[in-house]
Design a binder for this molecule. Structure first.
Ligand SMILES: [Zn+2]
Length: 242
């Protein structure tokens, strides 16, 4: 599965997790080219085509696409298309890919290849503060996921040195999620996600797909776009049918 659309990937038995790049798609500038979001001003036809490219690439029958709203609501899904609003998706279905859209925020995934339950989540600074990771873990478990046999994956996101924030926000994190604090004016959202997941999952089973969205020309970044429209990439998980 070598493709310009794949930034990085990892597999656990019949489950694969793919961090998508911004390349290998159909969208014109400034969404060039693998924009997967239908809410950023891109041509709907290009977005549909890009989702079809990604679905084929993943070997999936269809994709359930997250409608993130920077909260901690988690939805259980059984069919393709735009999911109800929320920042986590869980499914027991095979061949149904789950996609968390992001451009600087952290996508993360949970995979239990024994039970077949998979999940994906999205965490920006609000999501990390509201611990969307814990909500995703809870719904994953209540749908049959067993944490002792679960692997977690943390996707590319804006890195700590690129993610400068007001000092008041750092103070908020010092009180509520100190693991995400890098220094007085920078947050490490991936470290915050890692810390929350490590409360539930053996750290030997937590995998990083590294990469900074702002620094890599292969990834969409909201900050890099500097107020101009840009696309969304993301993290995808799918379990093949046996
Ligand atoms: Zn960076």
């Amino acid at each position: 599965m070598s493709s310009a659309a794949v930034f990085d990937q990892i597999a656990f038995a019949d489950i694969k997790v793919i961090a998508l790049s911004r390349h290998g798609g159909l969208s014109n500038a400034p969404y060039n080219s693998l924009n997967l979001a239908d809410y950023v001003g891109d041509e709907p036809e290009a977005v549909r085509g890009n989702l079809a490219i990604v679905s084929r690439l993943a070997g999936a029958g269809g994709i359930s696409v997250m409608s993130a709203d920077h909260g901690n609501k988690v939805n259980v899904v059984t069919s393709m298309g735009t999911a109800p609003s929320g920042d986590g998706l869980v499914t027991k279905e095979s061949n149904l890919a789950l996609l968390a859209l992001a451009a600087d925020c952290v996508g993360f995934a949970l995979a239990d290849s024994d039970s077949g339950v998979i999940a994906v989540g999205h965490a920006g600074w609000r999501g990390v503060l509201s611990n969307v990771m814990q909500e995703v873990v809870q719904v994953f478990v209540s749908n049959g996921g067993k944490l002792s046999q679960t692997s977690a994956v943390i996707g590319p996101a804006i890195c700590a040195s690129c993610y400068e924030v007001p000092s008041e926000r750092v103070a908020q994190f010092l009180a509520q999620c100190p693991a995400a604090v890098s220094d007085e004016t920078h947050l490490d959202l991936r470290a915050g996600v890692h810390s929350s997941l490590a409360a539930h999952i053996d750290i030997a089973q937590i995998y990083d797909l590294p990469g900074c969205t702002q620094e890599s020309e292969k990834l969409f970044s909201y900050r890099k776009a500097n107020g101009q429209p840009t696309g969304r990439g993301g993290l995808l998980i799918v379990r093949a049918s046996s």
